[in-house]
Design a protein around this ligand. Structure first.
Ligand code: E4P
Length: 215
């Protein structure tokens, strides 16, 4: 499984990158709105830190506008991927961008059918939002499991990014159902190595080490 970080904050990205487990980054308009400075310059700096796909999102609602924005985002750096919402206009944009060789990440996906259609249009990545589904008592990982099965049945190359992750259990469950990628907020990714028995064990070893004769 690949790990992306779901943030536009450069310090968080640099810290996660230093752990050696980071494969890419996703941003969205909300995440970029939290950072100071020009968004294109911020995306470029992110691309210089992480050697992997970095998603930036269009905000146009019509295909022509989406394609125009997507070309600008793709021009920021070779690793840029363009997030397109799953709408009929979005499908037109995905088809045109795929033909141009621009990678897309179809976003705001909440059903297996949306994911199937996005894959047929040629999208590179698809992002089901598990947390937002869980929020309305509709189990998000069930949708991911169905997408994995459908893509396997027909050998689609589109990679599944489990998005809107809220806790470490989402990542375990994404691994069990066979999703390709998890995009994880900083506050969750930094918890992944934690276990109270690990902390307790370190504390005990340090205490016992005090009793060892060292000279
Ligand atoms: C990433 O691609 C998504 O934009 C993000 O995971 C959404 O997360 P949220 O539901 O916590 O806003």
């Amino acid at each position: 499984m690949k790990f992306f970080i779901d943030t536009a904050n450069l310090e968080e990205i640099q810290e996660a990158e230093s752990w050696g487990i980071l494969d890419g980054v996703t941003t969205n308009p909300t995440l970029l709105s939290r950072e100071e400075g020009n968004y294109k310059e911020n995306l470029k700096k992110i691309c210089e830190v992480v050697d992997g796909p970095v998603s930036g999102e269009v905000v146009s609602l019509e295909a022509d506008g989406m394609v125009e924005e997507a070309r600008e985002i793709a021009a920021i750096h070779d690793n840029m991927v363009v997030k397109i919402p799953i709408t009929l206009e979005g499908l037109k944009a995905i088809k045109r961008l795929t033909a141009e060789g621009i990678k897309t990440n179809t976003t705001l996906v909440f059903s297996p059918l949306q994911a199937l259609i996005a894959a047929k249009a040629g999208t590179t990545f698809v992002s089901p939002f598990v947390g937002r589904m869980d929020d309305i008592q509709s189990p998000g990982m069930d949708v991911v499991e169905k997408i994995v099965k459908i893509y396997d049945n027909y050998d689609f190359e589109t990679e599944i990014i489990v998005a809107s992750i809220r806790n470490p259990i989402h990542i375990v469950d994404a691994g069990i159902v066979g999703a390709d990628i998890c995009t994880i907020p900083y506050k969750v990714i930094k918890k992944l190595v934690s276990h109270p028995k690990t902390d307790e064990g370190i504390e005990r070893f340090l205490q016992d080490w005090e009793k060892v004769e060292k000279q």
